[in-house]
Design a protein around this ligand. Structure first.
Ligand code: NAD
Length: 469
């Protein structure tokens, strides 16, 4: 069993009294213990974060940048330690874990390029009016289990760059790499600036209720996002940024080149075994292409190597946890019981661990939970349409609004159609991916606010207007 990692509070390891199990999804067995934070430990973390904030806000921007780029470099330097930890707790192939760590460091570095410059709103005989930005204080970062390091760091980096301090809480399913990140922060950042605490959902709730936390950066499901918002409002009206789930549609027009788009559609849907907020979660394909596209995607699904992330050549790992594994299997069984047909997959793999064969389903329509809900797993429904207007209306007929894409041999026509889609991000002939300099987030129930880029940084500061003589 792996030696336990600890919480980090005020730049120091803090011993826990209670622990919880961490399961390797590739074996379904416990391989480590993570510390369970108490309410008193959260109070302490918030208290030290407040003191660190008061010092950090006064640090000149250039010095802040230097310190944070040192943090990014230290993360990159620990890739060989972090990546196996991530694969073991999350399940993703080792090469993907290495990429996640590189992206984690790159996210911090990418944000350092931005400057929140004051704006002169008026300058005449009546005087000057200037708009500038002040940090908010202590930020609580609450992250999900699909890309734990990247998403926790994304929230934290936006907070730190803009002069705030953070208390970071990973998902109870994937706490370890983030706790290790706390140790790196303890070596490279001023004490108290970056605190990590692991625990269950209860710890997240305590954070949203805590009067000493000024803002919550949350990435997770819609259902939890709504609880976070309600609790933040009821406590001290803390600010919230919510990056939530999606049910992204990919619309494939009749003039699309099936052979060239099939591999891109496949990776857009199945990367990280479909456990990405911005994965393609349903395909609306013109009826003339369904047979060819179905066959091409089914072939890719059958060829994909599924297994333990440490096995050489593995492309897709397991579903991350048992509840999600059972949920995804339930959605597949339900779709097949309603007349759906699995062109590939359709069941769990016959081995230990939470493995599901990559599954392509046809013969289903709206009204089926696999189509209407966010599956967040390795299964993709293909639906047909006759007219483009109908495809647009069906793509928009959802409570989600994260991403969407249009696939066509005529990119300009595709762009016109994409601009009729209700989504935070639209792509033409590709789907997925986010960058530190580009804002990302959702419409409707997919979230509130945008993360990353200048727009993201502005959601971690309060505007201040000064009337000057
Ligand atoms: P989740 O909502 O179950 O959990 C997310 C985090 O919230 C965890 O750390 C959890 O412990 C915590 N939590 C649970 N209850 C809480 C409460 N009452 N108050 C405060 N915190 C609480 O989500 P998940 O299952 O870990 O992640 C999958 C979801 O995340 C999917 O819906 C996916 O689409 C979404 N996601 C969105 C983005 C994005 O950028 N939009 C990115 C990745 C994942």
């Amino acid at each position: 069993m792996q030696a336990s990692l600890t919480h980090t509070i005020d730049g120091r390891p803090v011993e826990a009294v209670e622990f919880f199990d961490v399961i390797n999804p590739a074996t379904a067995s416990v391989f480590a213990q993570a510390p369970e934070a108490s309410r008193a430990q959260l109070d302490l973390a918030v208290e030290v974060a407040r003191r660190a904030f008061e010092r950090w806000r006064a640090v000149p921007t250039a010095s802040r940048r230097k310190i944070l780029s040192g943090f990014a470099a230290a993360i990159r330097a620990e890739t060989q330690i972090l990546a196996p930890l991530l694969t073991r707790e999350q399940g993703k192939p080792l090469a993907a874990a290495v990429r996640e760590i590189e992206s984690t460091a790159a996210r911090i570095e990418g944000l350092l390029a931005f400057e929140l410059t004051p704006e002169t709103l008026r300058d005449d005989e009546r005087g000057r009016v200037v708009l500038d930005y002040q940090p908010m204080g202590v930020v609580g970062a609450i992250a999900p289990w699909n890309s734990p390091l990247l998403l926790a760091t994304q929230i934290a980096a936006q907070a730190l760059v803009t002069g705030n301090s953070v208390v970071v809480k990973p998902s109870p399913f994937t706490p370890l790499a983030t706790l290790r990140l706390g140790e790196i922060a303890a070596r490279t950042l001023p004490p108290g600036l970056f605190n990590t605490l692991s625990g269950g959902n209860e710890l997240g709730r305590w954070m949203t209720e805590h009067a000493g936390i000024d803002k919550i950066g949350f990435v997770g499901s819609v259902a939890t996002g709504k609880r976070v918002l309600a609790s933040a409002a009821a406590s001290n009206l803390k600010r919230v940024s919510l990056e939530l789930g999606g049910n992204d549609a990919a619309i494939v027009l009749a003039d699309a080149d099936v052979d060239s788009i099939a591999p891109k559609l496949f990776s857009g849907a199945f990367a990280n075994s479909g456990q990405r907020c911005m994965a393609i979660k349903r395909v609306l394909v013109h009826e003339s292409l369904i047979d060819r596209l179905g066959a091409a995607l089914a072939q890719l699904a059958k060829q994909a190597k599924v297994g333990d992330g440490f096995e050489p050549g593995v492309e897709l790992g397991p579903v991350q946890n048992r509840p999600q594994f059972e949920r995804v299997l339930g959605l597949i069984d339900d779709a097949l019981s309603r007349g759906g047909r699995a062109l590939a997959g359709g069941a769990a793999l016959n081995r230990a661990g939470y493995f599901i064969a990559p599954t392509i389903v046809t013969g289903v329509a709206e009204g089926t939970p696999l189509v209407d809900e966010e599956q967040f797993g390795p299964v993709l429904p293909l639906l047909t349409f006759t007219h483009v207007d109908e495809a647009v209306a069906r793509a928009n007929a959802t409570r989600f609004g994260l991403g969407a894409s249009v696939w066509s041999g005529d990119p300009e026509r595709a762009a016109d159609i994409a601009h009729r889609l209700e989504a935070g991000t639209v792509w033409i002939n590709s789907h997925g991916g986010s960058l530190p300099e580009i804002p990302f987030g959702g419409c409707k129930e997919s979230g509130i606010g945008r993360g990353m880029g200048l727009m993201g940084l502005k959601s971690y500061v309060e505007p201040r207007v000064s009337y000057l003589p």
